[in-house]
Design a protein around this ligand. Sequence first.
Ligand SMILES: Cc1cc2nc3c(=O)[nH]c(=O)nc-3n(C[C@H](O)[C@H](O)[C@H](O)COP(=O)(O)O)c2cc1C
Length: 219
Amino acid sequence: MRVLGLVSSGRKDGNTNTLVDTILEGAKSKGHVTKKVFLADFKIHPIGDCATCREAGACVIDDDFDKVMNEALEADCIIFGTPVYWWGPSAQLKTFMDRWVCRATFDKNGSSMSKMLGKKYVLAVPHQNKQLSATRLLFAMMEDSLDFLQMVCLSKIQTVAEGRNEASNDQAALRHAFELGARMTEVESMKKPTGSVTFNFANPEQVAEVSTFKWSQPT
Ligand SMILES: Cc1cc2nc3c(=O)[nH]c(=O)nc-3n(C[C@H](O)[C@H](O)[C@H](O)COP(=O)(O)O)c2cc1C
């Protein structure tokens, strides 16, 4: 599989990066082709009048969006790494994803079709709040959007971390992140995953529970 890690924090050596890196290392250990992109390295403007491209035949915004979007279109699995910012994703990720409306879909017989159909994804999210519910709205937004695009959630990983790279102290989270990357093929080979596997590390009492995780079985 081609696995694309999107790090959408402004902090290059932050917690999001640690989670994404660890998943990619796991994937690489099993021979997957991996690539990491820091969204903040690219100039990606907010979407404008989204009908313009239909008239002009191409996006009129002159920036780096296509470079990153092409990577997303070529990937089999996308790791969406974002910190929780105000209960949602970072502005970098939201701005990037707003632009997907042009390139991730196409019209066929009057219906909107997805170019992302069947692609796998993982959500990798650090947050400061010790409550697991800190990710509730972010997860809901991402899952509903990506479900709309008919993408398949492999897993969601969250960790409580505030300071720069505090996530590297969360060995349980990193072990699971690595294993998730290493076991992508196993999940991919399932014809129809029944759902995603969620690891919760924010509450230490729950670590034992999640450390015996099992992938959901196909129906
Ligand atoms: C602008 C901003 C908003 C934030 N909002 C939240 C929030 O709503 N809930 C939360 O738990 N943490 C919040 N945080 C904390 C970050 O999610 C946390 O520090 C995270 O580990 C940062 O990841 P990074 O190191 O990859 O940048 C916020 C941080 C910033 C800078």
